[in-house]
Design a protein. Structure first.
Length: 365
């Protein structure tokens, strides 16, 4: 008997997309099953469905039933182990609902299914794209911590954050890293010298601060394929194979990985006309927006727009690309997929999570 995940992710199909997205975020597995008022399954929802809705500029106030996937794979309660293996091996399905008489019984999660069986294999496509980690900043937002340690070596759980980032890329077969260093570079190099990691590591030496993109110029002849760039004070848990496919299929030259964020103003907001007359009061309005996480996927041709040995930020590069009609896209991920540990409140929250759980097994992708 297969030990399956005892998680039932059900949402009503008359919820708004906004409310459904928040429910999925809280559940933390990037998946939900939509049901009608009679508890009958009408479709499924993944991060990809929400992503397509956002990219198509669908109003988040629309009913989630308008974006559910109604053509999905499922099994009955008397499923066979080999049947599950066949589905997971031959499709990109990550979550498989167990449905009986139209109602949700449970959900089988691909990774948990394999981890609970002897044939421990999860069909992640092995990518061999180069990864650049920008570790040259001073990390002033984490003062006084960074008076002693470079921000790349700030501990998250049992490991420095730079190793956590590298391990995440390595899960997808990416083991070729370039690390851009400046502030406290000797300490970063010493860490890798003292720890035997199965990674191919090269350093990009900044003799002066070059911003969040300037040092990328130094790898212009190192790769011919799209490469990932990550700040060293952020953790993004998303399906990197999907990011690469999205980037290539849409023919983007630079793709930003962005996070959907929700914010509720905890007051009544007054709207007035030009004369100062009150029009109405909106009680605790909610806003949704996409935030740059600090992770990117970039085509090598883009590097020609970066000047040599000059301070140059990623935002400046993006502006330059758009001025030249170069395609720039965004790949949205859930709010729980992004951890910005470059500031104290978020660092403390993230470190607490990592100290208790292996968050990478649970974060939404």
């Amino acid at each position: 008997m297969i030990e399956i995940d005892k998680i039932k992710i059900k949402i009503k199909n008359n919820l708004t997309i906004r409310d459904a997205l928040r429910r999925v975020d809280r559940a933390g597995i990037g998946f939900a099953v939509a049901v009608d008022d009679n508890d009958i399954v009408v479709g499924i929802l993944s991060d990809g469905d929400f992503r397509r809705a956002m990219l198509n500029d669908t109003s988040l106030d629309e009913k989630v039933g308008s974006i559910v996937n109604k053509s999905f794979l499922s099994v009955g309660k008397n499923y066979e182990k080999q049947q599950i293996k066949s589905i997971f091996s031959n499709t990109k399905v990550q979550h498989l609902p167990i449905i009986e008489s139209g109602k949700l019984i449970n959900i089988i999660i691909k990774e948990s299914f394999y981890n609970s069986n002897s044939n421990k294999i999860v069909n992640k496509k092995k990518l061999n794209n180069l990864v650049v980690i920008m570790a040259g900043g001073k990390g002033t937002r984490l003062d006084p911590f960074t008076r002693i340690l470079p921000k790349a070596l700030i501990p998250i759980g049992n490991d420095p954050i730079i190793k956590v980032i590298m391990d995440n890329f390595s899960e997808y077969g990416m083991n070729d890293f370039y690390i851009s260093v400046n502030d406290k570079s000797r300490m970063i190099k010493s860490y890798f010298h003292d720890h035997s990691l199965n990674y191919d590591i090269n350093f990009i030496e900044e003799d002066k601060p070059l911003g969040t993109a300037g040092s990328l110029k130094n790898i212009h002849e190192k790769t011919y394929k799209p490469f990932f760039v990550s700040n060293c004070d952020i953790i993004v848990k998303c399906n990197l194979e999907e990011v690469l496919d999205f980037h290539v299929d849409r023919k983007y030259d630079l793709t930003l990985i962005v996070s959907m964020q929700h914010y509720t103003i905890p007051y009544g907001v007054c709207k007035i006309n030009n004369g100062g007359d009150l029009l109405n009061i909106i009680e605790k309005p909610e806003y949704d927006y996409l935030t740059n996480t600090g992770m990117y996927l970039i085509n090598p041709d883009v590097l020609k727009y970066i000047p040599d040995n000059t301070y140059f930020d990623m935002t400046t590069l993006i502006d330059k690309l758009q001025e030249n009609n170069i395609k720039v896209g965004v790949f949205p991920v859930s709010s729980k997929s992004w951890f910005d540990v470059g500031q104290w409140p978020e660092y403390e929250k993230t470190n607490a999570i990592f100290s208790v759980n292996n968050v990478f097994d649970k974060a939404s992708i």
